[in-house]
Every structure is written in C-alpha cells, then in structure tokens.
Ligand binder design. Structure first.
Ligand code: FAD
Length: 432
C-alpha cells in the first residue's frame, strides 16, 4: 500500500485496501467489511440497497429452451430519476460502428465530468452507468473498442460458477444491470446474446454440488435448476442456469459503443498515447496496462492469460445452449463452436499458443458421451487482470482524488463491471 494520505479506494470486495478514515465507517456500514462475500452474508449488500439498480425488480429467468418473452424486465427510463429519458429517441437510431479515431454521437464540449480511459467491458459499462447518472463522459482507447481481454470471442455472464455455486453479493444487481443495459440500448433480442447456460455435472461430486446449489434458498427463484442427465450430454445431470448469458463480446462492445455515442458519450478510438481529455475525473479501465502504471502499483494486480479456440466439430447433433463444465463452449453454428479457456499465470507473451489446443479440446470433448472430432480453425488469447484476493477493485487514487481505476475482474468482467460501474457512477455523482 502507498504512504501519505490513506486510500479512498474501495475495493468492493477487498477488506485489505484501506479507505479514508471518514469514509471507512460509512463503507463498513454499507458494505460488508469482508467485502462481497458468498452466500447469505454477502446478501447484506443487496438488503442495504447499495447496489440496487432503481427498483426495477429482478430479472425473471428465461431458459435455454425459450425466450424470456413478455416476462422480461422492462425498464421505463421515464420513471428513473437517474434515467436518460431525453436521449431515448436517439437510441432508436440504427447501429453504426465506431470508426478510426472518430467521435460518435452528440458531444457537449463545455464540460467533461468523466474521462474513461479504455474501451473494454469495464470502461464501456462504467460509461453507461455514468451517462445514465447524468454525467458528461468521454471514453478514449489507444486501440479499437474491445481490443483487450474483453474481446474474448464469446464470453459467459454466468452467475453460478464453481463446483457448488453460491451467489456473490451484488449478483442480482449485475444481472439486472445487464438486462437494463440491453434493453435501454435497444440491443434486446439480438442473435449474438444467448440466454441460458447448461452445466453438465461430469462426475458425482459435481452433481451433488450442483444439486445442493440449486436447492439453496440464497438463489433467486428460477435462476437454477438441477436436471436429470440429458441426451447428448455427458455426466450425471445438468445444472441449468436460466439467468445466465453467452455473449459475442466483439459485437456487444461495438454495439454498446455505438449506442453510447447516440446517448451523447464521446467515444474516441485509436487515440495516441499522449492524448488527454480535461475532465473532473479520470477513470483508468486500461486492462493490462495498469500492471505497468506505477500510479496503481499498490493495487497488487497480476496477469492471467487466457486462450480460446474456434473449432469445427463433427459428431455433435442438435443445438445446445452455452455449456460450462471444465471450461466453456458456445455453439455458434451447426458445426462451429468457440471453446475456452486457459488460466495461465506463468507466460512469456500474450499470443495464442498452439500447444494448448489439446488441453482445450480434451475438456470440450469431455462434455459429450460420444466420440467427437475437432479441428481448430482459430486461436485467440487475452490477458485478464486478477487482484491479490480475487476480488474486483474500484479504486480512488491515494494522492489524486480525481483519479480512479476499475480492475481486478479476473474472468468475470461482465458481472463485475456492472457492479463497479454502478458504484463508480454513484460515487462520482455524490462527489461533484
Ligand atoms: C480467454 C478469456 C476468456 C474470458 N471469458 C470471459 C467470460 O466468460 N466472462 C466474462 O465476463 N469475461 C470474460 N473475459 C474477460 C475478463 O473478464 C476480463 O476481466 C475483462 O475483459 C477485463 O476488462 P477491462 O475492460 O478491464 O480490460 P480490457 O478488456 O483489457 O480493456 C482495456 C482497454 O484499454 C485500452 N487501453 C490500454 N491502454 C490505454 C491507454 N493508455 N489509454 C486508453 N486506452 C488504453 C486497451 O486498448 C483496451 O481496449 C475473458 C477474458 C479472456 C482473456
């Protein structure tokens, strides 16, 4: 940790990160002192309403078998004091893609409240929350939107990970936040977001863990269901995560950027390194670049490389929702899947490495009872950022109160960026 002024950094889940003395008492009251924890304890955060997203209720689950239909949560921004009612019309404009170092959308050049550096899932989700809170936002990226770890071809927004999944506090708000974002940005029902995740229990121990999880009262009704072994899938049963999603991240981020542009967020891609934006606050969402930024050395971050493969598959019949067992697999066409991922803590470069093909393919094949043949047609790698206690971090710089960072989301960027983005917007609006 740094010296001098104490850090006004919450790490939403990080008891070790110090916070300013005055704020600390409040934070401890608001946030569980241990941060977001698993299970009942963590739910206190939800009860406090700290991370509530505006009384819209919780998503009523869809399932992989059918769309959510008219049961989907519909958010009326007109009722939301933080809403963006006047911008609604512009959201109906057709999508257009962000170009090379261009500005999209209408820009109020008089005043910038927040300069967000980095157009990955952290930066764009934070931009959405801040814009909804009425802030003027500029997002810059030294490359293209989604060119960091968030560009993972397909990624899961899975509220039920692990061998005996338990809800992390804030998970409901994260799932609702994502639904609202889709809804308000007019990206509902698009084909590159798939509802529902199936988790085949590949052995009895996993099946027991899943069954216990599905029966646990901490889970919102309908989010999880333990099912019998299913035809076409290996294992002793399947945990159906009705509330989960699989998302084509490149399309998601590009579309979000375009919609944010229509909401008046100024998005600049491919800016030079030295490009600066005068603003009241600066938020660093720069992924792995944080590792080498001395200003954030006290956060004790570390890189975790992950790899994906696009594969052509023979021997699997039918259509599956996203699968998650040892790794995940998303069927993107009849015979085409994206499979992943690795967790490499020791690596020399961030490039894909064919030596991991067999590892990923074996884990994919284990999900099916029949022989399956697999050909790799694409490789992708990215570097996620982990924190020392595996909890995501929203940090305010100890020496410069106008400077923030969002990081440490590991492999759960979609979930944590909703929680941190909302929290950031709340703090910035409370701190004019
Ligand atoms: C293999 C793999 C699988 C994954 N699977 C999942 C999954 O299933 N579910 C899930 O939720 N997430 C998944 N992720 C994403 C993961 O959760 C990451 O934690 C998340 O993408 C991090 O997002 P970020 O916005 O913090 O960083 P990044 O996505 O890395 O974004 C950082 C951005 O900052 C830009 N930048 C860098 N320097 C500067 C600068 N000086 N100025 C301006 N911009 C700068 C970069 O160009 C980049 O666009 C996966 C990632 C990998 C690698």
């Amino acid at each position: 940790m740094g010296t001098g002024r104490q850090h006004d950094a919450i790490a939403i889940q990080n008891a070790d990160v110090q916070v300013g003395v005055a704020r600390r008492a409040r934070l401890v009251a608001d946030l569980d002192p241990g941060g977001i924890q698993r299970g009942r304890e963590g739910q206190s955060l939800v009860k406090e309403g700290l991370l509530d997203v505006g009384g819209s209720g919780f998503p009523i689950p869809h399932d992989a078998e059918g769309p959510l239909g008219d049961r989907r949560v519909v958010h009326d921004p007109g009722d939301d004091p933080r809403g963006i009612g006047k911008d609604q019309e512009s959201q109906n404009k057709p999508l257009h893609l962000a170009g090379k170092y261009i500005q999209i959308g209408t820009v109020n050049t008089n005043r910038t409240d927040v300069w967000i550096r980095g157009g990955g899932v952290a930066g764009l989700t934070a931009a959405w929350h801040c814009r909804k809170a009425g802030l003027q936002v500029v997002v810059t990226d030294t490359a293209a939107i989604g060119s960091g770890a968030s560009g993972a071809w397909w990624a899961l927004m899975n509220p039920a990970t692990g061998v005996q999944p338990a809800p992390v506090a804030g998970i409901r708000q994260a799932m609702v936040g994502f639904e609202l974002m889709r809804n308000e940005l007019g990206l509902d029902g698009v084909g590159w977001i798939k509802a529902g995740i199936w988790r085949p229990a590949l052995d009895k121990a996993l099946a027991n863990g899943f069954a216990k999880a599905a029966a646990h009262p901490d889970w919102p009704a309908g989010w999880l269901r333990m099912d019998r072994p299913m035809h076409g899938l290996a294992g002793s049963g399947v945990l159906r995560v009705a509330a989960g999603y699989a998302i084509d991240m490149r399309l998601w981020l590009t579309a979000v950027a375009a919609r944010l542009g229509a909401m008046g967020v100024d998005i600049r891609e491919n800016v030079p390194q030295h490009h600066t934006v005068p603003a009241r606050h600066r938020v660093d969402c720069i992924g792995m670049e944080l590792l080498t930024d001395p200003a954030w050395a006290h956060l004790r971050l570390h890189p975790i490389k992950g790899q994906l493969r696009e594969v052509l598959v023979n021997g699997i019949r039918g259509q599956f929702p996203a699968l998650s067992a040892r790794g995940y697999a998303i069927q993107t066409d009849t015979d085409r899947w994206v499979i992943g991922s690795t967790y490499e803590h020791d690596f020399t470069d961030a490039k894909p490495d064919a030596a991991y093909d067999a590892y990923l393919i074996d884990r994919f094949k284990a999900m099916f009872p029949q022989p399956v043949s697999v050909t790799v047609v694409g490789r992708w790698a990215g570097v996620r950022i982990g924190s020392h206690n595996r909890q995501p971090i929203l940090a305010r710089h100890p020496e410069d109160e106008t400077r923030w960072a969002v990081t440490g989301m590991g492999s759960k960027g979609l979930v944590y960026s909703q929680i941190l983005g909302r929290e950031l917007a709340d703090r910035l609006t409370a701190d004019p």
